[in-house]
Design a protein around this ligand. Structure first.
Ligand SMILES: N[C@@H](CCC(=O)N[C@@H](CS)C(=O)NCC(=O)O)C(=O)O
Length: 289
């Protein structure tokens, strides 16, 4: 194989390196500009975007509300990562890592910040004692799968998705490397779901977290890669993904903070009330196009 790049002694940032998202990627943390975050009327303030990591949290919040946990009412504000909103000072105070999703819980005496989608899901599941098995062995199993997802998805998104869909050129080596890993991960899921309806006991945050990435992948919504990865061959993963996709709270959760895609009826840029899902209100909430 031809050697196309000889690394220099010390790496230097080439801000013109190309590829989708190249303009927002940088090797420095911290805020680039002053900008306060808006605060709405509910105790839970979510700052997010409907990427798979964002969808995990909005699906959980909609599931909690549908299950009768009225304390889970939330304002969802859009963070446009392509415009650099994640580098505003207010957002960096909630998530020093400058990535969506980020949550502020203002229900107590002191506002509590939570960042990292897995931590947010666990925080909400514990707060409302829902969508997490109470049996200690099953809870441990659910945590194992939740952390499996958190550790695995960067190979799917940052590895496979980046080189297959976003990189400025198609390079065989990384596409092969990460397609193999993505398919291995799907096979891990396939084998587990062959003997289990859900990942740990009943439907839980583990299912929601894994679905947002791998469920949406096999449903053909990520990276236009369903055929390339032959997702139809993972029959149990398909069965599980379709069952979750059919849930009304999941459909609502997918819409929140979505400001991309061709289907405008699936976009609810901000969510402040259950009635925002009504078409009329929704039109008003199409704040950006
Ligand atoms: N491990 C983090 C990953 C979050 C993440 O990667 N968020 C992406 C969108 S899916 C983001 O905000 N990217 C903006 C950036 O990289 O500047 C989590 O699960 O919350």
């Amino acid at each position: 194989m031809a050697d196309t790049y000889t690394p220099p002694k010390v790496w230097e940032w080439d801000s013109e390196s190309g590829g989708k998202f190249a303009s927002i990627n940088r090797p420095i943390a911290g805020a680039t500009h002053d900008k306060d975050l808006p605060v709405g009327k509910h105790p839970l303030q979510l700052y997010s975007l409907a990427t798979p990591n964002g969808v995990k949290v909005t699906v959980l919040l909609e599931e909690l509300l549908a299950a009768g946990h009225t304390g889970a009412e939330y304002d969802a504000w859009i963070i446009d990562i392509s415009e650099g909103d994640q580098f505003g000072s207010g957002f960096v105070e909630v998530n020093p890592n400058s990535k969506i999703p980020a949550l502020m819980d203002r229900s107590g005496d002191t506002p509590q910040r939570v960042f990292e989608s897995g931590a947010i899901m666990l925080y909400l599941a514990d707060k409302f004692e829902a969508f997490m098995p109470s049996d200690p062995a099953q809870r441990t199993e659910a945590l194992s799968w939740l952390f499996w997802q958190m550790g695995s998805a960067p190979y799917l998104g940052g590895g496979f998705g980046h080189f297959y869909a976003y990189a400025p050129e198609k390079f065989e080596y990384p596409i092969n490397r990460f397609a193999m890993e993505a398919k291995r991960q799907l096979d891990v899921m396939e084998r587990h779901l062959a003997d289990n309806e859900w990942f740990a006991g009943d439907y839980s945050i583990a299912d929601m977290a894994i679905w947002a990435w791998y469920g949406q992948l096999v449903l053909g919504r990520l990276y236009s890669a369903a055929e390339f990865l032959d997702v139809a061959s993972y029959k149990n993963v398909m069965r599980w993904a379709e069952a979750i996709d059919a849930r009304a709270p999941v459909q609502r959760g997918r819409m929140v903070n979505r400001a991309f895609g061709d289907d405008l009826s699936m976009q609810l840029h901000e969510r402040h009330d259950a009635s925002d899902f009504d078409t009329k209100t929704q039109d008003k909430l199409h704040v950006k196009t």
